[in-house]
Design a protein around this ligand. Sequence first.
Ligand code: PPS
Length: 373
Amino acid sequence: TAPPAESSPGSPLPRSVLRKFLLMLMSLLMSLYVFYCLAERCPSLPAPLLAAAPEQAAGGGGWLEPGSPSLPSWPPAARRKRPKQQLRRPDAPGRGAGSGGGREPPGTLALLLGEGSKRLPQAIIVGVKKGGTRALLEFLRVHPDVRAAGAEPHFFDRGYERGFAWYRELMPRTLDGQITMEKTPSYFVTKEAPARISAMSKGTKLIVVVRDPVTRAISDYTQTLSKKPDIPTFESLTFKNRTTGLIDTSWSAIQIGIYAKHLENWLLYFPIGQILFISGERLISDPAGELGRVQDFLGLKRIITDKHFYFNKTKGFPCLKKAEGSSKPHCLGKTKGRTHPSIDREVVQRLREFYRPFNMKFYQMTGHDFGWD
Ligand SMILES: Nc1ncnc2c1ncn2[C@@H]1O[C@H](COP(=O)(O)OS(=O)(=O)O)[C@@H](OP(=O)(O)O)[C@H]1O
């Protein structure tokens, strides 16, 4: 018998090759479709994450950024209309935006594909220096609805003349419903910062991580000492006149801790309810508890819980079980949690006396006793 015809007369390709080619074409088309669906444009999957919620699409107003009248108003997350199935369960494994290995929150692929846009921050950690601001931001970034600038932009203290377009460029891209954040601790003691932030948006949510002003001052000094080992002792810098015991309030390490005074300046532009005060001490002893308060304040679902933290004995601090963008445990670097030099007890005592009335005033203003006295 004659062998089955592999190619029809006149056809340049044998049938088997043609079949293989068609199969390959089909699988290529199927892969393209799957990819399309993963990019959240596929109609058979949950509604597109990228579609703006009706009220967001309508534009809310409230933003005063020059030249950008259509910027969305706060709070995208609180008013979020993201489909339910796109929010991870609080106990679901996985990480914040940018993580790898199939643990990405919804929308990460869209961000990777260049979707989303850079927005001015809706929430800022404005202080205080050495309060625990980096820890708070790193912890918050675990939330899939939070995206934050990595470095401190220093826009409202050092870079204001560069303009809002420059500032916005420093921000990560976000999808509708995600909150853009940054942290620059020096804003809290910058006279012009409240007016400038209010000029950007009156609705900006402010977070201040405060810490016992005496320990904060020592931490501040420790940082300077690590960079300039030749500076005078903490004790000598503390006093204008050691014999009279007059404190040198012009020394920034002391100045920054007079929280009540700085807060007065912020209250000229923002209602107290728009400022969240986080205890730097509790951020260490109960990170999940403090993160719960922050998530509520930002109108976010409570996704970051105690399951996200472990206490690292070597570091002496709580660390993340999985850092953003990785599945590995993550502690803050060596510049966080430095060993403080021991300071003369009497000097510490004198500083405690100095800060006490300011602390009392601060507790009164915030309605919260931070327990430093
Ligand atoms: N989880 C965790 N890991 C490491 N460090 C932690 C953590 N939580 C709070 N802290 C405290 O954060 C202090 C540094 O504060 P900041 O990040 O605000 O410093 S800075 O102003 O940005 O330089 C840093 O101060 P020092 O201990 O004096 O170095 C820490 O005490």
